[in-house]
Design a protein around this ligand. Structure first.
Ligand code: GLC
Length: 525
């Protein structure tokens, strides 16, 4: 990697979802002990950093995104001392650590909210959005669907953009700002290399509580005031040595508004959900990549390339459907899936996302080619979104298969908290290790090569001529990536050698749904 670049500009960042990575204490739920034991998997994979989804004390109404204490660890995951040990061990293994901060809301079990609820005159009420009245203050629809207000025993209403167990904080209150600045310092002091900021565009609300009206500024999405919060955070992170990064979860359709979060005095990076939701179609992908590059170039920020995370349908499944897009408003659960096609495309997508300029994210299990488990019985579903939208995110949160022929696949000695498909016996880390045709070995090879390949750290990319339905681009003087999203094999451009292919080539032709990394003939020859 080029020395002059801060790590977060072109890192490969691996998302650990702690409930489902590895279980060290045999209760069927993943934990820090399990992660420490399996750190070797991440070193072997070659990633640069780990992003840890929330591990704080929580009643788990939203799988830990309902935080009761930001300065400790939930006993189900371990202790603060274990978290500190993990940070040290990750660093010793050459891995950076990113923790997840959830500033939009706290758990209803957080001491602030308990106090606010216990007494209508408690000063803690001002830290939230309490409103009097006989009827609900607004008809806003929550982020999971459903209403956004719950009535307390004393007749007041409080705002929650997610579940009633996640009351929204009032970011107009200086006490809220001070508390989160202190939480940020708490984790930076413990040596973390960055934070991922949950629901980063939702923090500020219009205090007049207007209705959501087409053509008018949204009352709680992307208010201008939110930028001041991140400017203050940036001033703090800049005082720490060693390139600490602020990474936002920013779901916004408008690329220009999205890029505002990445101005030089705000966040360092944000997740690219436009790419994640894009159809597997060359024209649309190319337009999405161009949009991404343009928006980021305007503010000098590195693009990110994200295919999956703990909130969205796994991309092996998405790419195996007739409609390959993703959006929460377009529920495709249970529609037919061709897993072979999805896997072929996911392999090609890995070479695409790992060779575009910027940082790439890998969600645990995508390196194993896991698909969405769409067969979780209704009474086993834990995701609070299910009751509100009829869609569950649990299918992408199923515990990883490590080895063995049957569940729990050495994830745990107990029954995993969500069921693993028996067919994953071919997708365990053990089954794939050493098999050159496996997804795992493809990821390992691609990440290793990305590290060593100067062209992949050379900044810009340049589109090359390609047949319809094909994406082709160069990086640096002699590296090229070609992705065939058309239905027919196409001729490869002139090249000296094929560095890596996502699937078997057909002589010098690139089959459909296949990608290659090529060494081009040196310029001028
Ligand atoms: C983010 C998280 C998601 C969570 C929500 C509320 O979108 O990624 O998992 O449910 O915020 O915190």
């Amino acid at each position: 990697m080029a020395e002059s670049q801060p790590w977060w500009r072109d890192a490969v960042i691996y998302q650990v979802y702690p409930r489902s990575f590895a279980d060290g204490d045999g209760d069927g739920i993943g934990d820090i002990a399990g992660i420490r034991r399996r750190l070797g998997h991440l070193s072997d994979l070659g990633v640069d950093a780990i992003w840890m989804s929330p591990w704080y004390p929580s009643p788990m109404a939203d799988a830990g995104y309902d935080v009761a204490d930001f300065r400790d660890i939930d006993p189900v995951f371990g202790t603060l001392a274990e978290a500190e040990a993990l940070i040290t061990e990750a660093h010793a293994a050459g891995l950076r650590m990113i923790v997840d901060i959830v500033p939009n809301h706290v758990s209803s079990a957080h001491p602030w909210f308990r106090k606010a609820l216990a007494d209508p005159r408690a000063p803690e009420r001002d830290l939230f959005w309490f409103r009097p009245g006989e009827t609900m203050p607004t008809a806003w629809v929550g982020e999971f669907g459903g209403t956004t207000w719950t009535r307390t025993a004393d007749g007041a209403w409080y705002l929650h953009l997610f579940t009633p167990e996640q009351p929204d904080l009032n970011w107009g209150h200086p006490g809220v700002r001070a508390e989160f600045e202190d939480i940020l310092r708490f984790w930076l002091d413990r040596g973390v290399d960055g934070v991922r900021i949950d629901s980063a565009a939702l923090l500020c609300k219009d205090p007049t509580l207007p209705p959501v009206t087409e053509g008018r500024p949204h009352p709680f999405h992307d208010l201008d005031e939110v930028h001041e919060v991140y400017r203050a955070w940036r001033r703090i992170s800049d005082t720490y040595p060693g390139d600490r990064a602020l990474i936002g979860e920013v779901w916004l359709p408008d690329a220009e508004r999205f890029a505002h979060y990445l101005r030089p005095d705000e966040l360092h990076a944000a997740f690219n959900f436009d790419f994640l939701g894009c159809a597997w179609e060359a024209g649309k992908m190319r337009a999405c990549i161009d949009r991404t590059l343009d928006a980021h170039a305007a503010v000098g920020a590195p693009p990110t390339w994200v295919l999956s995370n703990h909130d969205v349908t796994r991309h092996v499944t998405r790419y195996g459907r007739a409609d390959t897009t993703f959006s929460f408003d377009n529920n495709l659960d249970g529609t037919p899936v061709d897993l072979e096609q999805g896997t072929r495309r996911a392999r090609a997508a890995a070479l695409l996302s790992l060779s575009l300029p910027g940082a790439a994210y890998v969600y645990q299990g995508e390196e194993l080619g896991l698909w969405e488990n769409e067969n979780i019985a209704a009474d086993q579903i834990q995701d609070p979104m299910y009751a509100r939208r009829g869609h569950t995110r649990d299918g992408c949160r199923v515990p990883l298969p490590w080895s063995g022929d049957a569940p729990p696949f050495e994830f745990s000695t107990a029954e995993p908290w969500l069921p693993q498909p028996a067919e994953w016996k071919d997708r365990t880390v053990q089954a794939q290790t050493g098999d050159p045709s496996s997804m795992l070995e493809l990821y390992r090879a691609a990440i290793r090569m990305r590290r060593a390949e100067p062209g992949l750290h050379a900044g810009a990319m340049t589109w090359a001529d390609a047949a319809p339905g094909v994406l082709a681009y160069t990086r640096g003087p002699d590296f090229a990536c070609v992705v065939n999203m058309s239905g027919a094999a196409v001729a490869l451009p002139d090249h000296d050698s094929c560095l890596l292919a996502s699937g078997p080539l057909d002589g010098v032709r690139l089959p459909p749904d296949t990608a290659v990394w090529l060494r081009l003939p040196a310029r001028g020859q």
